[in-house]
Design a protein around this ligand. Structure first.
Ligand code: ADP
Ligand code: MG
Length: 391
């Protein structure tokens, strides 16, 4: 294959294919932007991205993005592949996760702008908008596909960082980078302990099935409402609390000093927001310690406490989510909690192997009795991170 236009990079393969998974956060919610700890694992559901440079492209050939799921094709003039372009807020905005990934590579000086003369095809099995990070699955799979196509050999941490830039600077989604770290760095039967201040990560053995357990996921399908505004409010509250404590971030407050610190706050809402973040960080560390010690069966109470904290102190759960947790706990699971940013999304439960079908039926019945629309469910297996495929 030859390229007539000098802007076009020389490539070793004609198509780059990348696969990147969605994720579940086992514990550590709203701790990321407080420079704290999270413990996500990748799921087997993933996005496949296929990139083909536009052969013999005119120098102004557009970027084309398809998705099997949105069943549409978006053509973006190369000059419009910039953060803040009007189309990003319109009906074609879904294509921004892919366009942003290529833009991040161009913006970092890794690829020339000519690399945007390409066609990207997306095909994803990650439930969309359910809090399982269908968005990171796209931006990570596209960076991995481009890495392969252009023979870049980028280190995994940089792939995650570029995918994060796509989502924060191009899509302008308020996300902290956890999703991309785990989508790229995950390994089967492990969770990824992430320090969101240093961005240091450590794989922690997390293998429910080897312990006679399984992770049941219930997607509440509750309508997401006010999510962006509420998310911003929570961030502002956390920043205000940190300011009043005189620390750079809530990460810097220890659980032992919390009662004394909280007594010094004048506002009850701030007090509860801060208490969630500080105790949640402690719960992540405790979960990591138990998993390191092979004590997976003992993490249940930490999951339950995390949910109570999100419900009562951080106030980010909704009735559908609380009901699923309640029914699962009544059904005898070891622990259950909402996962993800909140106001809908998914609940996870650590359950005895083989019990998920009956538990799911119990949740379905409880939803029907309350007049909620039926939830979705599946058993999640901690899976591998992103890879480039032969093609
Ligand atoms: P989550 O990452 O939890 O699924 P987000 O709101 O961060 O939720 O990302 C969901 C958005 O990502 C969708 O609204 C859509 O724009 C885009 N998206 C995800 N998967 C696909 C897909 N397969 N095809 C098209 N767009 C997708
Ligand atoms: Mg997302």
């Amino acid at each position: 294959m030859t390229h007539s236009h000098e802007e076009q990079p020389v490539v070793g393969v004609e198509t780059g294919v990348g696969m990147a998974p969605g994720r579940i956060n086992l514990i550590g919610e709203h701790t990321d932007y407080n420079a704290g700890f999270v413990l996500p694992f990748a799921i087997e559901q993933h996005c496949l991205a296929r990139i083909r440079p536009t052969v013999d492209a005119a120098s102004d050939a557009p970027l084309i993005v398809h998705s099997r799921q949105s069943d549409s094709r978006v053509e973006i003039a190369r000059g419009d592949v910039v953060p803040g372009a009007a189309w990003i807020d319109g009906p074609s905005g879904w294509a921004a996760y892919a366009a942003g990934a290529l833009w991040a590579l161009v913006d970092a000086g890794i690829l020339p702008r000519g690399a945007l003369a390409a066609e990207v095809e997306l095909d994803s099995t990650v439930p969309i908008g359910a809090g399982l990070s269908s968005s990171a699955a796209i931006d990570c799979s596209v960076v991995v596909a481009a890495d392969r196509l252009f023979g870049l050999g980028l280190p995994p941490a940089q792939i995650a960082q570029l995918a994060t830039v796509a989502e924060t600077r191009f899509v302008r989604a308020p996300t902290g980078g956890m999703d991309q770290l785990v989508s790229v760095l995950a390994e089967r039967d492990h969770a990824l302990f992430c320090d969101m201040r240093s961005l240091q990560t450590e794989l922690i053995h997390f293998d429910p099935s080897a312990n006679g357990l399984e992770v049941l996921v219930v997607d509440s399908r509750a309508p997401h409402q006010l999510v962006a505004g509420e998310y911003r409010n929570r961030r502002l509250a956390c920043e205000a609390a940190a300011r009043q404590f005189g620390v750079p971030a809530l990460r810097d407050i220890d659980e032992e000093e919390l009662p004394r610190r909280l007594a010094g706050l004048d506002d009850d809402v701030l007090r509860r927001r801060a208490r969630h973040v500080v105790t949640e960080n402690a719960r992540v560390l405790q979960t990591v310690e138990l998993l390191r010690g092979g004590r997976i069966r003992e993490i249940g109470p930490l999951l339950v406490a995390s949910h109570a904290s999100m419900r009562d102190d951080f106030e980010i759960t909704v009735a559908e989510v609380d009901l699923a947790v309640e029914v699962l706990l009544a059904g005898g699971v070891l622990g259950a909690r909402m996962t993800g940013g909140g106001f809908g999304g998914c609940v996870i439960a650590l359950a005895e192997a083989g019990t998920s079908a009956a538990l799911a039926t119990a949740v379905d019945e409880a939803y029907a009795a309350r007049g909620f629309s039926p939830p979705a469910h599946f058993v999640a297996h901690p899976g591998d991170g992103a890879v480039a495929l032969a093609r």
